[in-house]
Design a protein around this ligand. Structure first.
Ligand code: ADP
Length: 467
């Protein structure tokens, strides 16, 4: 069973309030009981002492008792829950509450027992009579027995006080719970509503509306992070979608042109319109080579881009490697009358030698391809503390700013006319990027139209031998 965030939050608030109220009530009752019992006991003692003192004063100097007053005191004590018995020094009863009104005494005892058991159901109380001496000067002149419910009893006032307090606590508890439920629900709604709106936007993005964005504004940090993450994700998906569509169209387009050329040439030769001479066959052969190269590039790219790109890393001097590549390229650069310069000191790297050569070859062949005759290409290697930088810089036509973000994508050519003069398939830089990323490195490009282009490859040093 799944519950909404709002329900969960509201109930957690109510639960916290309930636990707090129950704890407060339990602790209050515990302390209240302890101090209240002491207070009741103390009160009882006080009442006893008052009665003893009042009775003592009724002993007159002539050895007689003021019977009228004793009765008044005895009746008042009875009304206060004390059943008293007064005896003279010989033990003869002077006044006895049970004789005065036995029925009332019984009712009082029962009432006291009821009060006590209503508050402390498990307490075993009994009716007890405690004798106190009545003294006149230093001589004992009589005795008073005070009977009450023990060890202590609660008067109606005591019980009313404690019950009111408990009702008050329960009232506060119910109010706090309701209040926290309402407050919790408001806070939960404020938290969950933006999340629900984000979810709705995310669902629409998931349905394929990649251009949709979450517009939720919130001052909750996590919600802001969530919206920006979803928007980034939508952006990536949108880009991927555009790319996917373009790849499909591009592959078809790239293959269609040479295939159509081949087809028409072949048909012309089959129909006898063209003689299958060496030149025509050579042109067909070139188209086949082109298609083959493209399929090869695609295969290579698929391999480099696959997650299982395994690097066979070794330690080697990258300057030495690049120098050898430069030597191999030299004749082609010379043919095109482009000055090729290499500058780099010995720099040890830990990388996949073959794949790094592929990267350098792709960058250098691009420089050769796009730099016009009479141009200059500079290649350099620079070692910093934690990276090795390889730069391939030319003074060719440059890449328009609007094309720069896309040049590393498959089949992307800044040259929109797609003329085949350059012979490129738009895969070279994609391969460069895939290999660089597999090495946890970075490839950057700086370019200005009519001034030239510089590709900078940075390889991290921390991925070295200790990997
Ligand atoms: P291609 O096979 O077309 O060269 P790449 O992936 O190697 O494919 O390059 C993508 C695009 O980037 C090229 O079509 C070209 O427009 C642009 N480009 C790459 N290198 C350079 C460069 N050195 N100078 C100018 N443009 C370049």
């Amino acid at each position: 069973m799944k519950y909404s965030l709002r329900v969960k939050l509201s109930f957690s608030y109510a639960l916290v309030a309930l636990i707090s109220v129950v704890l407060i009530m339990a602790i209050t009752n515990l302390f209240l009981d302890k101090y209240f019992r002491e207070y009741v006991r103390h009160n009882q003692e006080q009442k006893n002492n008052d009665v003893i003192s009042s009775i003592s004063h009724q002993y007159q100097d002539n050895g007689k008792w003021n019977m009228e007053m004793i009765e008044t005191i005895g009746v008042r004590a009875l009304e206060n829950g004390l059943i008293i018995k007064v005896k003279d020094k010989d033990g003869n009863a002077i006044w006895d509450a049970t004789v005065h009104n036995n029925g009332m005494c019984q009712r009082i005892i029962e009432h006291m027992a009821q009060n006590v058991s209503s508050r402390y159901p498990h307490m075993k109380g009994t009716y007890t009579e405690i004798p106190y001496a009545i003294n006149s000067g230093f001589a004992k002149v009589g005795e008073i027995q005070i009977g009450s419910y023990g060890p202590y009893y609660l008067s109606d006032n005591d019980l009313a006080f404690i019950n009111t307090l408990n009702k008050l606590l329960i009232g506060i508890g119910i109010f706090t719970m309701l209040f926290s439920l309402v407050l919790g629900s408001i806070i939960a709604r404020r938290l969950s509503s933006p999340i629900s709106r984000v979810i709705r936007s995310a669902q629409s993005i998931a349905k394929g509306y990649f251009s949709d964005r979450v517009l939720e504004r919130s001052n909750t940090k996590e919600i802001c992070q969530l919206t920006s993450t979803i928007n980034n994700l939508a952006g990536t998906l949108e880009k991927q979608e555009v790319l996917r569509k373009r790849i499909g169209a591009d592959v078809a387009h790239e293959l269609r042109t040479p295939l159509a050329t081949l087809q028409s040439h072949m048909e012309a030769m089959i129909d006898g319109i063209w003689k299958p001479d060496a030149e025509r066959l050579k042109s067909c052969h070139e188209e086949i080579i082109r298609i083959n190269k493209m399929v090869g590039d695609l295969e290579k790219l698929a391999r480099y881009e696959s997650e299982s790109l395994v690097l066979n890393k070794t330690s080697f001097d990258i300057s030495e490697l690049i120098y050898r590549i430069v030597l191999n390229f030299e004749p082609e650069f010379k043919n095109k009358d482009i000055k090729l310069a290499f500058n780099g000191e010995s720099e040890e790297v830990f990388a996949d030698k073959d794949k790094i050569s592929q990267v350098v070859i792709n960058l250098v062949s691009n420089a050769l391809k796009y730099t016009p005759e009479g141009g200059v290409v500079n290649i350099s290697v620079k070692g910093a503390e934690d990276i090795t930088e390889i730069s391939v810089k030319d003074n060719g036509p440059g890449i328009p700013e609007e094309d720069l973000p896309f040049i590393f994508e498959r089949f992307y050519r800044a040259d929109k006319s797609r003329n085949r003069l350059t012979g490129g398939s738009g895969i070279g830089l994609t391969i460069v990027k895939a290999i660089t990323e597999a090495h946890k490195g970075r490839i950057e490009v700086q370019s200005r139209v009519d001034y030239g282009t510089e590709f900078i490859l940075s390889l991290p040093k921390e991925t070295n031998q200790d990997e």
